[in-house]
Design a protein around this ligand. Structure first.
Ligand SMILES: [Zn+2]
Length: 484
């Protein structure tokens, strides 16, 4: 065991959370025309039903409930696991009562009706382009030329891929009357032929956002537990980022630890397409409960706080480098490996390959950058309030840094090396309080920043709902839906 990556100075992986996700909210608009269309459709359905009094028509009306029909079929618990986005920051989010009746999009109804006529679906084969598809379907090359003049067609239909589908509508003599292509899960290119020309537009489907709950008990690893309980890696990484300031997920995770979280799910036509932010979460680690709740600042940026309003993000990173191991701990009386006499080691040595980036553990100002005796290339940061940190043995400094430069927590200030008195590449890290070296692994770090006064009232209002919602789900232990 190479344990001698020491230095002769007397004396966890964290990344700065960046949350910029915004709640995508799409209102439903109901123009008078749509209301009329809508009413006439209902009337049609009603008449059809009366005429036939056959059960097959009974299935039609729920089309109008497209976005709800999925939820209708779910067991009660699942039904309760969603809350419309518009409710997330309103008092009714206190209760996880989802599926609030809303006017559903009439577009969906119109589309369904059209599909029943002459539309048919073409699946794109390997090696096919628009010209080949036209040839295969017996469509006119004149129409193809005309179609290719449309800028939306050029932009979207040139790069169609095997396995994708086109919907086409044909008139007499194989004349193309309409074409639809799903650009993405939310956008559809719609082309109509009229008066010897094609007209195109892109239809945007509304994205709705709901809250969903997930729970997992750790058996082996975080990701293992996530997989078992349908929690995506993306959510788990966010979870680990939020709690990573309090818990070292590499070392502190125990069997029986519990994860509870509520998070945003974005849906189109009632189907989940992606997940958004974690809204509130609890991590029970070694029987200690840690809670975090999301709060959006006035720029709609997400930040995470404890329920009593302290930032989850601490003033100092747990470790300033992604190390392979701690090669020497803080030790007031150590036999020095090079000098062979008792010299105290008033820092922590993190062994890491040469060139590994070293991050400023907190916001601060450079008070020293350069060579200094056994430290070799060293950076000293002053963080205010009596705190300073020291980073020694660097192979080189990050560019453009000089004495007096302001650095931010997580900013790379240099790279691991073995300059000065060191017999292997490592970072020598010191944490000083009022100029005195303290053990960075044990020192009581300053408490995190509380929420700004101007946000306090809003914070209490918004976060209480989210925490209540989490607790309410927790009591029922609802399992999440699979996100495809
Ligand atoms: Zn050292």
């Amino acid at each position: 065991m190479n344990n001698n990556t020491y230095c002769s100075i007397r004396n966890t992986k964290q990344t700065q959370p960046k949350f910029q996700l915004e709640l995508k909210n799409n209102g439903f608009s109901l123009s008078p025309l749509k209301v009329i269309l809508w009413l006439s459709l209902l009337l049609n359905i009603f008449l059809l039903y009366k005429l036939n009094s056959a059960p097959k028509v009974v299935h039609t009306p729920p089309i109008t409930m497209e976005s709800q029909s999925n939820a209708e079929e779910l067991p009660l618990e699942k039904k309760k696991s969603v809350v419309p986005a518009s409710e997330l920051n309103s008092p009714s989010a206190l209760q996880p009562t989802p599926n609030i009746e809303k006017p559903t999009t009439t577009e969906i109804v119109e589309k369904k009706v059209e599909v029943e006529s002459d539309w048919h679906i073409i699946r794109i084969q390997k090696g096919e382009n628009l010209a080949r598809i036209f040839a295969r379907e017996g469509l006119s090359s004149k129409q193809l030329m005309l179609l290719l003049k449309d800028p939306e067609v050029k932009k979207n239909l040139i790069k169609i891929l095997p396995g994708e589908t086109l919907e086409i509508k044909l008139g007499a003599d194989q004349q193309l009357l309409g074409l639809r292509y799903a650009i993405s899960s939310t956008q559809t290119l719609i082309i109509e032929y009229d008066n010897n020309q094609f007209k195109s537009h892109v239809e945007e489907k509304p994205i709705t956002t709901e809250a969903q709950y997930a729970h997992a008990v750790i058996e082996n690893s975080l990701f293992d537990a996530g997989q078992k309980h349908n929690i995506s890696d993306k959510l788990l990484l966010q979870f680990a980022e939020i709690f990573g300031w309090d818990v070292d997920f590499a070392k502190d995770l125990r069997k029986g630890d519990e994860i509870h979280l509520t998070y945003e799910v974005h849906k189109v036509d009632g189907k989940p397409i992606s997940t958004g932010d974690i809204l509130a979460a609890e991590f029970i680690n070694k029987n200690t409960s840690y809670k975090a709740v999301r709060f959006l600042d006035s720029y709609n940026h997400a930040h995470y706080y404890t329920p009593d309003g302290y930032s989850m993000r601490k003033a100092f990173l747990r470790t300033p480098v992604n190390f392979t191991r701690i090669s020497s701990k803080f030790n007031p009386g150590r036999l020095h490996p090079i000098l062979h006499r008792i010299r105290s080691h008033k820092g922590v040595d993190y062994a890491a390959p040469t060139g590994t980036p070293i991050k400023a553990s907190g916001d601060g100002r450079i008070t020293f950058i350069g060579k200094k005796g056994g430290y070799g290339n060293v950076v000293i940061l002053n963080h205010g309030a009596g705190y300073s940190t020291v980073y020694g043995h660097m192979v080189r400094f990050a560019s453009k840094l000089k004495r007096g430069s302001r650095v931010q927590q997580g900013q790379v200030i240099g790279y691991v090396g073995q300059t000065g008195l060191a017999n292997g590449p490592h970072l020598h890290y010191e944490f000083r309080v009022n100029g005195v070296q303290r053990d960075p692994l044990k020192v009581q770090l300053p408490k995190a920043e509380p929420i700004a006064k101007k946000y306090h009232q809003k914070f209490v209002e918004k976060t209480q709902q989210l925490l209540e919602m989490l607790n309410s789900f927790k009591r029922k232990l609802v399992q999440p839906e699979m996100i495809s």
